[in-house]
Every structure is written in C-alpha cells, then in structure tokens.
Design a protein around this ligand. Structure first.
Ligand code: GUN
Length: 296
C-alpha cells in the first residue's frame, strides 16, 4: 500500500483564494487594508526565507506585509521599543493589525518578555499568555498558525478527528502544546497523547496512533516500524539532513509504504502555516475595526 499524499500547497492555495475574496469584501466595507508587521532579528537563513514568504503572502491576498529586519546585536530593550511602537503607531504612521516576531530569537534576547509585550489583540501567532489562556479555555481569539494548519489540512482532506487516537511527538509552545489543546476541545474531540524527550518507549505510543503528528525537529526520526498501518502521518518538521537536503521529522520514503495518508516536506504543513497567519491577520483587522470576525 502507498499512502495518499496530503497536498498542503494546493490546500493553502485554495484557502488563500477564499481569503482574497474576504479581504476584498472587508476593504470595500471598512476602507481599511489589513496589515501585518513581521519582525526578524539576526541572520538565521531559514528564518529569513520564512519571514519573506510571510510578508509576500500578505500582498498576494490584498493585505499589507511589512518586514522589519534588526541586526543580531539588537538588545531586548531595543526590540521592546519597536514592539511598543508597532502596538501604538503614531498618528502619521500606517496602522498595523498583526505583529509577528519570528522565533527563535538570538539567545541573549528575553523571548518571554518580548512575546508578552505584543498587544494581545495584534498577536496573530497566539503566543501571548492571554491568548494561550483563552485557547485553553476553549474561547480562542486567535488559533496558533501551525496547529491550526494541521487541523485545517485534516478537515479539508476528509480525515475525521472525533474520538481518534492522536499522538503528537514534541511539546513545544509553537506546535505540540497548542495542538494538543486544540485537539482536546469540544468539536475536535480527539484522544491525545503527547510524547517528548523523556517519554519511554516512544514507538509503543506511536504504533497506537491513528493520527501521528511529528514536531520534534529531528531529521527522519519517524521510521516505518513506528507507524500503524493505515495511519495518517502529519510531518511538521523542517530540517536539513547531513547532506544538507531538506527533510521532515518522518522518513517519508519508508513511511509512505505503511501509512494511509502522509504530508510531504516541503509542500505539507508549511504552506498552511502561512495561510493561517493570513487568516489571523484578517481576524485582527476585524477586531480592530469592530467588525465581527468570521474566524476562528
Ligand atoms: N518559528 C517557527 N514557527 C514559527 C511561528 O509559527 N511563528 C513565529 N513567530 N516564529 C516561528
């Protein structure tokens, strides 16, 4: 058996086409163009590509994307100063609706202080403590982009989560923890296990999974033996292997022989993360203009 390939690129393109229509309707109604400010500190090559893609994607759906690139030597205080300015732009500055600070930040910067400083109503990543709390309570303002992308891809591919055993590899604040929370909510109704670096017998857990999500940042960690035949395998990892080749957390060639459905890397979850960011930016603009958000 060879797995069905879940085409994240096509799914994201469809969402962005729908979104372009919603943005046009919003602009006509309010005369406000949704705007996202993306902040990058340092010269991480992967982050440079991601932030450029995020800003460009905004323009493609009729929003404004502005990129702020700061040097590696930027201090926490200097970054906070920029965020305060973006939170409340001066009267002669263009309004901004969403603020995204690309992670990871250089080690000398206090990431928690930075994320806490973003106005929660502009926090399109949903990393601010207030937005995490709202999510956990089941009344989200924004849904975090990558976990939302995973759910959206399942939904649009006809993969039901209700009552399913979902195993997540990785407990990061960006993917593992928020995804587990979203899957637990009423409406998603999955049964969730989160494995992490201290989990014993990881393969025993993963073989139980009807849906397996890998988000640990280890090239080709998930092997065919770890996967239940027919399972859906969602690969959130974006790594470079020893040869410098782009790959996910899943050994794609071997696992696609066992799985029922699988996401490729690239072209799987990545494009959906960007599409969900755009959705959140529209939501932020709707909140700022007192329009009823269509989403989440
Ligand atoms: N780094 C990796 N993924 C993300 C993300 O979704 N948002 C931000 N801000 N940084 C990231």
């Amino acid at each position: 058996m060879t797995a069905r390939i879940l085409d994240g690129k096509a799914c994201a393109a469809q969402i962005q086409a729908e979104l372009a229509g919603q943005v046009a309707e919003f602009v006509t109604r309010t005369k406000v163009v949704p705007a996202l400010d993306v902040v990058l500190v340092g010269e991480n090559p992967a982050s440079q590509v991601y932030v450029r893609n995020k800003a460009l994607a905004c323009e493609k759906v009729g929003m404004r994307g502005r990129l702020y690139t700061l040097p590696q030597s930027t201090t926490t205080a200097e970054l906070l100063e920029l965020i305060y300015r973006l939170n409340q732009p001066a009267a002669d500055q263009p309004a901004t609706h969403g603020i995204l600070v690309q992670l990871p930040l250089p080690a000398h910067i206090d990431t928690t202080r930075v994320l806490d400083a973003i106005d929660p109503r502009k926090d399109v990543d949903a990393f601010h403590a207030e937005n995490v709390g709202l999510l956990v309570q089941g009344r989200p303002r924004f849904l975090p982009c990558t976990p939302r992308g995973v759910l959206e891809l399942c939904q649009r591919s006809g993969i039901s989560l209700t009552g399913r055993r979902v195993v997540i590899l990785g407990r990061s604040d960006i993917v593992g923890k928020p995804l587990a929370n979203m899957l637990l909510q009423k409406g998603a109704d999955a049964t969730v296990t989160v494995c992490h670096s201290r989990t014993r017998e990881v393969a025993w857990h993963t073989r139980e999974a009807e849906i397996l999500v890998a988000a640990i940042g280890q090239p080709r960690y998930v092997t065919a033996e770890m996967v239940r035949p027919g399972a859906t395998v969602i690969d959130v990892g974006i790594n470079r292997d020893a040869m410098g080749k782009l790959c996910g957390d899943v050994d794609f060639d071997a696992v696609q022989q066992v799985a029922g459905a699988i996401t490729p890397v690239p072209g799987g979850v990545g494009p959906l993360t960007v599409a969900m960011l755009l959705l959140n930016t529209l939501t932020a603009a709707q909140l700022a203009t007192n329009c009823t958000p269509l989403t989440p």
